[in-house]
Design a protein around this ligand. Structure first.
Ligand code: ZN
Ligand code: ZN
Length: 895
């Protein structure tokens, strides 16, 4: 056995174990039919930076994975990468100073792949630094053909079940990204400053339109103007109707009248609709295709015309006449000016509005009607499955329910981009034939812009000319099949994974889509448990940001302290689900705790050697039985916390146990035996210490994988990696021993504290200690170790100690005596000092004053002129110190 170094150096130890673990198979999934614990790990978007919020989630998964390996589960902790998507395209365009259309599609895709690989490498480095224990044999990238082929397979299966369809429908559109986006990708910014424009619509002339025959021809037509209020005059060209509330008396006789759209001249009809808000503006609004989702509803319900005036890149099109080519913002300004010039603009006022924005680029979204691919959303089915999942914490389910019940549209899954999973479909090119061929499972993976379909002739027209679909899939189509992919679908039959860990900000996307897809494809729940993490705030309680100066990168904490310390701070931040505040002081205290563990290990390794361990029936003393019983109890309790994902409670309990019970109390109690005990006595202490320490290291290993590995490796009686060990199964609960052990530990600590306060050396010999426990133990207390620890004979007694307080000295107070007795003071003080302390005490207690016989006269001194010093005396008359502790009264004899 090589001697352990005095100091633990994480800068040296952590990289060493990172390397060694790579050559060991401790984190490998065996897939041998044992109890599985499968993590549906989030595939992060490869930004190149694993930030502290990511780190929190991965810490939770790693704690759980490591714990489940210890309890004997066959753990699969895979790691994927969600590669596709717009930010990478934009980055590659920037880095290479090109537009994606400047180079061939496959070349651009290749550039994106290379860029992504670099980002992944950087993030993997951080994961390694933080000690995460993924099984890298199970790594996947959504941009790999094997993965996106599986995404295509899921698409094909859903299309077979008519759950995917292609249709023209209004969709959210980001004019900057030039693609459709899903509801979940629209973020609403509240309180955006805007202007409310009051615009006059002139009543249309009677002759301008044939009146319908049902109208009574006798009534003269009312051609008065109506004023509407809108924040978006740039949509005037797209106006197809106007609406008022049916109960709004101001407009009761105008329903059905026609009006001319200012500047553009086309006519629209005023309709009544319950959804129109009489409180807004003038109570009359214009309906455009499309200003918002309300417009879409009115358009569909009242079967209105479609007039789309925006282009895909956010300009006005030819239908906007002279305004064609302007950006939306430019058009707003020019049209408002022209309305004013022409006398249509009655008034303007500032207003605040809610604006839907693209979540990737914050550009206000528009609604365009486009032919797109959609996935059917069955809200009830999703919620029914979600209810079968255990949400941790429970209230996170409510977020999913709120989002799901509020869904209005099916999920638009097509994107007009490049770097994503291709939609495996071809369009028949024969004129008037609108057949679409969707690839069969055998054709996948397929890039339809490169390859033709697997069939020759169109089944509808017999034609053989095809165009491959250029639209690609929403990246959530990739990431929403992670449980299926991890479980080997479609080759293997799907079984739900055990754990999904994710942030609460992607419940409406990742959790929602995964529930939808696993349900539709495998008719099952994706995971048994969903553990939701909160956010990590800065030390000042604010959201972390570089400009606020409260930003912390995980690597900084590792550099300053250690990965183990950082991980513990993440665990202790709070209960999973709650937002946590990053605290440097937690990292620091975790680092100190690491030193404590190292010191215990170092001490123990000097006393443990294999020759003395594992003897049958060690002669355990109460202290041994106590620490073993405590270890059993802590192992059970910490396992319960770990099963509940209460990492904070688990680590807190472990720290308390290791720091106080094991180090402060138990080690102090057994030192006597270890140094000087008879072989059998010492061996029992060694055995108990070996058991408790090894158990502690194993239980701490999920939180501090490096330090515990180094310590476990350094102990003579352990074999292999701590991460391949078993969760402690000691089963030595012994209630009597716990009562006795706590008592002696407390007495030892109290007496040592007393020695230190009294300035007495800790190893100084005392005459005798008597212990009067509050509650008399059932059986005799074993005082051997206590006696060694306090260096005195120890007797445990029953009942209440017979001690009395005896006055031993009178201390006259000159500041009271001086002013009252003047020049007599000296005599008074002398007489007080010479008096019988017992007599003075009695007088002071009974009369509140003391009569002093000065020979020729009697002086009366007030009671507060003296302080009486008392000492405890035992029945024997010996002087004794009485110390009260929580569990006992302790008499210390030390003459
Ligand atoms: Zn955008
Ligand atoms: Zn055809």
């Amino acid at each position: 056995m090589s001697e352990l170094p005095d100091n633990y150096d994480p800068d040296q130890v952590e990289p060493k174990w990172r390397d060694e673990w790579q050559d060991m198979d401790v984190y490998e999934y065996q897939d041998d039919g044992d109890t599985d614990y499968v993590v549906d790990t989030p595939p992060p978007y490869p930004t190149g930076n694993l930030h502290i919020g990511n780190a929190l989630g991965w810490c939770y998964m790693d704690f759980a994975a490591r714990y489940h390996r210890l309890v004997g589960d066959d753990v699969l902790f895979p790691q994927g990468w969600d590669c596709h998507g717009l930010p990478t395209e934009v980055k590659v365009e920037e880095n290479n100073d090109i537009h994606r259309t400047d180079v061939p599609r496959d070349e651009f895709r290749q550039m994106c792949i290379e860029h992504t690989e670099d980002q992944i490498d950087a993030m993997k480095e951080t994961m390694g630094t933080l000690g995460f224990s993924q099984d890298w044999n199970h790594e996947f990238r959504t941009m790999d053909p094997e993965y996106w082929g599986t995404t295509q397979r899921s698409f094909v299966e859903m299309a077979d079940d008519d759950l995917v369809y292609r249709d023209e429908h209004p969709v959210n559109w980001c004019p900057r990204c030039e693609t459709a986006i899903a509801d979940a990708e629209v973020e609403t910014e509240e309180g955006v400053d805007g202007t409310l424009y009051y615009v006059t619509f002139e009543g249309a002339d009677e002759d301008s339109e044939e009146r319908s025959s049902s109208d009574s021809a006798a009534e003269p037509r009312n051609t008065e103007d109506i004023e509407i209020a809108t924040t978006r005059p740039e949509l005037l060209a797209a106006c197809v109707s106007m609406a008022v509330h049916p109960d709004d008396e101001r407009y009761a006789d105008r329903i059905g009248d026609r009006f001319e759209v200012p500047l553009f001249g086309h006519e629209v009809e005023l309709i009544a609709d319950e959804e129109s808000d009489p409180e807004f503006g003038t109570g009359a609004v214009m309906i455009c295709t499309f200003g918002d989702k309300q417009d879409v509803e009115w358009w569909a319900e009242h079967d209105l015309d479609l007039r789309m005036v925006f282009t895909e890149d956010g300009h006005l099109n030819d239908d906007a006449g002279e305004y064609a080519g302007l950006t939306i913002d430019e058009a707003k300004e020019e049209i408002a000016d022209d309305l004013d010039d022409e006398g249509y603009l009655e008034d303007t006022e500032p207003t605040e509005q809610a604006v839907g924005q693209c979540w990737r680029c914050d550009t206000p979204i528009e609604i365009l009607s486009k032919e797109q691919w959609f996935v059917e959303v069955d809200q009830d089915a999703i919620l029914e499955r979600a209810q079968q999942v255990e949400w941790i914490p429970e209230h996170m389910y409510d977020r999913l329910e709120d989002w799901t019940t509020g869904m209005e549209w099916d999920w638009v899954i097509s994107r007009q981009r490049v770097f994503a999973t291709p939609i495996p479909a071809w369009f028949c090119q024969t004129e008037d034939c609108d057949h679409i061929h969707i690839a069969g499972p055998g054709e996948l993976p397929v890039e339809p812009t490169d390859e033709g379909p697997g069939i020759e002739a169109c089944p509808e027209c017999g034609g053989d000319e095809w165009t491959g679909e250029t639209d690609v899939m929403d990246t959530w189509m990739d990431s929403s099949i992670t449980p299926l992919y991890v479980r080997g679908w479609p080759d293997e039959e799907f079984e739900p994974t055990t754990l999904r860990e994710q942030g609460h900000d992607i419940i409406r996307t990742w959790a929602f889509y995964t529930l939808l897809r696993t349900g539709e494809i495998a008719d099952d729940i994706p995971w048994e448990e969903a553990l939701i993490n909160g956010m990590v705030f800065g030390e000042d309680g604010n959201k972390m940001s570089k400009s606020r100066g409260n930003f912390v990168q995980p690597e900084e904490a590792v550099e300053e302290y250690s990965a183990d310390a950082f991980r513990q701070a993440m665990a202790l931040g709070g209960q999973p689900g709650s937002d946590i505040q990053f605290q440097w002081k937690e990292v620091k205290s975790a680092s100190k705790f690491g030193t404590k563990i190292w010191n215990i290990t170092k001490f123990a390794s000097g006393h443990l050697d294999t020759a003395h361990l594992d003897r049958p029936d060690p002669a355990y003393r109460d202290a041994d039985k106590w620490i073993l019983s405590r270890t059993s109890q802590v192992a059970d309790s910490v396992a319960d916390h770990m099963d509940d994902y209460r990492f904070d409670a688990a680590l807190r309990e472990l720290r308390e146990f290791v720091w106080h019970d094991l180090a402060d109390d138990y080690l102090e109690l057994i030192k006597g035996r270890l140094y000087e005990g008879r072989p059998g006595e010492a061996n029992a202490a060694r055995q108990a210490l070996a058991t408790a320490l090894s158990a502690s290291l194993r239980m701490l290993s999920p939180f501090a994988p490096f330090l515990t590995e180094e310590a476990y490796d350094g102990l003579p009686h352990t074999e292999g990696s701590v991460h391949a060990a078993d969760w402690p199964d000691i089963d030595m609960h012994d209630e009597d021993a716990e009562i006795a052990g706590e008592l002696i530990a407390e007495v030892a600590a109290t007496v040592r504290g007393w020695k230190s306060d009294a300035g007495i050396a800790l190893n100084a010999e005392l005459d005798k200690i008597e212990v009067y426990p509050e509650e008399t133990p059932e059986r005799a207390v074993d005082t051997y170790d206590l006696s060694e620890a306090v260096n005195a004979p120890v007797h445990v007694r029953e009942g209440v100690p017979a001690v009395e307080l005896v006055p031993v000295e009178i201390d006259p107070d000159h500041s009271v005596i001086g002013p009252e007795f003047g020049e007599q003071t000296g005599r008074i003080v002398g007489a007080l000092e010479a008096a019988d302390p017992e007599d003075v005490k009695q007088q002071k207690q009974l009369d509140g004053e003391i009569e002093l016989d000065l020979g020729e006269e009697v002086a009366v001194v007030p009671g507060d002129a003296v302080e009486i010093h008392e000492e405890h005396r035992a029945e024997s008359g010996e002087e004794v110190e009485v110390v009260e502790s929580d569990l006992s009264t302790i008499l210390i004899y030390n003459d």
